[in-house]
Design a protein around this ligand. Structure first.
Ligand SMILES: Nc1ncnc2c1ncn2[C@@H]1O[C@H](COP(=O)(O)OP(=O)(O)O)[C@@H](O)[C@H]1O
Ligand SMILES: [Mg+2]
Length: 265
């Protein structure tokens, strides 16, 4: 086991992409094709709003106006951030899967983990099991997946004291799958929340768009993988991505039917 730590200066639910639901696949397909265009247009409109607000603030208006302008500025900036969420969305047409060593990919992301550790003021620990086989992966998509999960972990950790924040990213084997696990000891999720997290626009994080896991779901499905979510409110959340080994079937449909009666909705 190789462990790398980046320092800063319950109940199990099993959720798998429900490939049998044609409607849902089509709906998310449309959503993810069309939204980037809409978001781009909206962002273009926000830029002058933010700019003019800042010009007015610099003019030194009275307290009443300044306080309102500050709110406009903050809301506009939050909205701009929220609209950025799809900018790295990997189009399926561009998916390039090739043999990839997940542990090397995780190690190569060291600058990202260092940034996460600093921004979240959390320990980020990589636990890389030895002898993991290479998998046929789209490395760019895997990075988007990992960064989305880490971003959620960062938000969830805000509820914790700074010296007790931890994100663990681990690899390991489980039957015919390689497991990639992202666990945080943040605020966790209740059961209702766990049921809703894969729905577009569902978000409990302030100023967020609620699209991160929709993108993750697509990436998981693109790789024929499944995701097991385990969480306890107030304690922890764990996202366990199970990637099928070469030669084994995609685990999604069988896996989903056998041990999960919940489906993404
Ligand atoms: N690690 C986590 N800990 C607690 N809640 C989480 C975690 N990951 C996701 N969630 C919940 O799932 C919701 C949806 O996540 P996501 O799709 O990434 O959207 P966003 O990050 O924009 O809120 C979050 O708003 C939060 O309620
Ligand atoms: Mg997110």
């Amino acid at each position: 086991m190789k462990t790398i730590e980046f320092k800063p200066d319950g109940k199990s639910t099993i959720i798998t992409p429900d490939l049998s639901s044609q409607d849902k696949a089509v709906r998310n397909e449309v959503l993810l094709e069309v939204l980037p265009l809409i978001f781009h247009k909206l962002k273009n409109k926000l830029t002058p709003i933010l700019g003019y607000t800042q010009i007015l603030m610099a003019r030194g208006s009275d307290d009443f106006a300044r306080e309102r302008l500050t709110r406009i500025e903050r809301n506009t900036a939050e909205l701009t951030d929220a609209l950025n969420v799809l900018k790295d969305y990997p189009q399926p047409a561009a998916a390039r899967r090739r043999p990839t060593a997940l542990d090397r990919l995780l190690e190569a992301m060291a600058p990202d983990w260092q940034e996460v550790a600093g921004a979240a003021r959390a320990r980020v620990i990589l636990e890389l099991a030895p002898g993991m086989p290479e998998l046929t992966l789209d490395a760019a998509q895997m990075r988007v997946l990992l960064l989305n999960l880490a971003d959620n972990a960062m938000h969830a950790l805000q509820a914790k004291a700074a010296d007790d924040r931890e994100i663990r990213i681990a690899t390991g084997m489980s039957g015919n799958a390689l497991e990639l696990r992202v666990r945080d000891n943040g605020r966790g999720m209740g059961e209702d929340e766990q049921d809703s997290i894969w729905s577009p626009f569902y978000s409990n994080f302030p100023g967020r768009a609620g699209l991160g896991l929709v993108i993750c779901e697509r990436i998981i499905a693109n790789h024929g993988a499944a995701c097991v979510v385990t969480s306890q409110a107030g304690e922890f959340s764990c996202f366990d991505i199970r990637l099928p080994l070469p030669g084994s079937e995609d685990i999604t449909p069988a896996y989903g039917k056998k041990i999960n009666d919940r489906t993404l909705s």
